[in-house]
Design a protein around this ligand. Structure first.
Ligand code: NAD
Length: 596
């Protein structure tokens, strides 16, 4: 038994890294399992995958990505989750509250095995300030989006979203790709580290400012970044040379991004595109103020957090000013969902911070209207061959989808796996007919051509079939980003500038999570504050384990119809024509509209 004093000590802070984590150092792999079934085993492997030193940014602090996005509240909680998962039966459900296991109830076989709620606070108290008070007492955890729901798969997850966004920008702004264009940005962390590769995959040139030399090193080691320059001048010269030659190129410079953009502006260097992915959503633990080295800023955060916050917000204001100046001079500027504009508006009273757009209304919403979003899957075997088999399957199923086919071949060439081999691509609702080439058993359905399967369900069923046939050596777990068509309310990001003004209506992510439970997803989670910080978003996620069984097929068919379907009805309800068309074409009931 722990003494009261020990209990109190353990409740404050996260404790020392657990021995179990040191032994695992990533997800267990292979076909032998520690848990009672593959659904529980998938949860155990995905939690450990999120904390794999190859995947997580600071695993010893339980931090996976995105400032302080954690996978478990403390090391004791991590040990306890593993113990619970090992014992969890096929007719039980484990409850995880802000990274700590809090209950286990008898449910039934088709119910989720794990339900997760992270970082949620009641409206009036829903702020970083109250969150940090509770966090310091060990009573809550920031789960970001995929960290706390054990769905992070390393930088590839965001790479594809960034690739899609930049591809769409190229099409809209230049009617082409990014060849010969220079993109200036900030941040080379967990997700932000995907930026240079996403730019070069679109044939452009990227200059990234990053204050932390270790982050730059890490992106160089994993081939997400090509070079590091010793000075801004060197970076600008190299970038201009590459752009003139039409060569894809990326370079990092170790400096504060606000300083970099101001320096570009004062030198008359106007990049074609400016965006940003520093952790501006968190002014204390995410964003770095100008005028300090990383070590000095870290010391200031400890000694004088209030001053840190003021200086951090001052730098953000300069950062936004520099973006607006460059935009006036012709740069295409957009915010990539880190709440930089919201911070400057809220804390510095600058409404003009929103004079440059967010990436969702600018480039992503039309895809959300069709239920399209980032679908991802991981091979629980740990064998890359299993992912290569799924790569083949997805391109066989959707041969007419050029951007998907191009992405899969670029990903195979240029993306190093981190932790469990995994893949991501954007799939939607569309209930298109099965291609001729894949009819022979493809899609895992015997219902003929007009089977009404959504893109996601069709692909998930095909994977399930490949697992059943032994072509894939162990189950595949399928999940997605919380940044998805119908699972998030985030007025500064996914639901910015909704047509009907419902940016802050959070019923949709809650309905999404409830529907995922009803449809039988294996893990369902609801979070507050991912991406844009506490109080600024509610969002939900799901996992389905494809173990080749009939039960997995039944769940997959339901979940991957209802989940993208939420995107269609949410946007149809807001009055978007593309969503209404999708509902008509794919026969999605939209009750009050249908009745009229
Ligand atoms: P992270 O904390 O792992 O990385 C952020 C990086 O920015 C760190 O390496 C940090 O050293 C650097 N940094 C901080 N302040 C800086 C400054 N002023 N100048 C230069 N470098 C600075 O976080 P992440 O996972 O990379 O995510 C970054 C942010 O981008 C988050 O706010 C996240 O929510 C957002 N984001 C949003 C989306 C999306 O909307 N789809 C996608 C990716 C990231």
């Amino acid at each position: 038994m722990m003494s009261e004093q020990e209990t109190a000590t353990n409740e404050i802070g996260i404790g020392e890294p657990s021995d179990e984590w040191r032994e695992y150092r990533g997800a267990p792999t292979g076909t032998d399992i520690e848990c009672e079934g593959w659904r529980q085993e998938a949860a155990l492997r995905m939690l450990n995958n999120n904390l794999d030193p190859e995947v997580a940014e600071k695993p010893e602090d339980l931090v996976v990505y995105g400032g302080t996005g954690r996978a478990a509240r403390s090391w004791d909680a991590y040990d306890a989750i593993l113990a619970e998962l090992r014992e969890l039966g096929d007719e039980e459900t484990l409850l995880v509250q802000s990274g700590k296991p809090v209950g286990r109830f008898p449910t039934h076989e088709r119910a989720p095995r794990v339900l997760i709620a992270n970082s949620n606070l009641v409206g009036k108290w829903d702020s970083w300030e109250h969150f940090h008070e509770l966090e310091a007492e060990g009573k809550i955890m920031y789960g970001q989006m995929t960290a706390g729901s054990w769905a992070y798969i390393g930088t590839q997850g965001i790479l594809q979203g960034t690739y899609e966004t930049l591809a769409e920008l190229g099409r809209e702004e230049y009617d082409s790709d990014l060849e010969g264009k220079i993109v200036a940005t900030g941040g080379l962390g967990g997700m932000s580290g995907a930026q240079p590769l996403a730019v070069t995959m679109n044939r452009g040139v990227c200059i990234a400012a990053e204050v932390d030399a270790h982050r730059i090193e890490r992106r160089l080691e994993t081939d997400y970044l090509m070079e590091r320059a010793e000075s801004l001048n060197e970076a600008l010269d190299n970038a201009e040379e590459a752009a003139e030659a039409g060569e894809p190129y990326s370079v990092a410079v170790e400096m504060n991004v606000a300083d970099m953009l101001e320096a570009m502006d004062s030198r008359g260097f106007v990049p074609d595109v400016v965006t940003d992915q520093t952790s501006a959503h968190d002014e204390l633990e995410g964003y770095y103020p100008s005028g300090y080295t990383v070590a000095e800023a870290d010391a200031l955060r400890e000694s004088d957090p209030e001053r840190y916050i003021e200086e951090s917000l001052d730098t953000m204001e300069r950062h936004v000013d520099a973006i607006l100046d460059l935009q006036d001079k012709g740069t295409v500027a957009f915010e990539y969902g880190n709440n930089l504009r919201g911070q400057v508006e809220e804390h510095r009273g600058r409404e003009d911070a929103f004079d440059f757009p967010g990436f969702v209304p600018a480039y992503i919403r039309p895809m959300f209207c069709r239920g399209r979003g980032p679908f991802r899957w991981a091979a629980l075997s740990g064998d890359p061959a299993d992912i290569h088999r799924t790569d083949e399957a997805v391109t066989e199923l959707f041969p007419e989808n050029d951007s998907l086919t191009r992405w899969i071949s670029l990903a195979q060439e240029q993306v190093s796996f981190q932790g469990l081999p995994s893949r991501v691509c954007w799939l939607g609702y569309e209930t298109s007919e099965m291609p001729e080439a894949s009819r022979n058993g493809g899609g895992g359905t015997a219902e003929g051509d007009d089977d009404g399967l959504t893109e996601r369900a069709r692909f998930a069923l095909r994977i399930n079939e490949l697992v059943a046939e032994g072509e894939i050596s162990a189950p595949i777990v399928v999940t997605r980003d919380h940044l998805d068509a119908g699972s998030v309310a985030s007025p500064h990001r996914e639901t910015e500038a909704m047509k009907d003004g419902t940016d802050a209506v959070a019923d949709w992510p809650i309905l999404n999570a409830l529907l995922n439970c009803a449809a039988g997803a294996d893990i369902v989670s609801v979070h507050d504050g991912g991406g844009v910080g506490i109080g600024n978003a509610l969002h939900a996620n799901n996992h389905v384990v494809l173990d080749g069984s009939d039960l997995a097929a039944e769940k997959a068919r339901r979940v991957f119809t209802t989940d993208p379907g939420m995107g269609v009805i949410r946007h149809a309800d807001a009055g978007y024509d593309e969503a209404i068309d999708e509902a008509d074409e794919s026969d999605v009931p939209v009750p009050m509209r249908d009745r009229r």
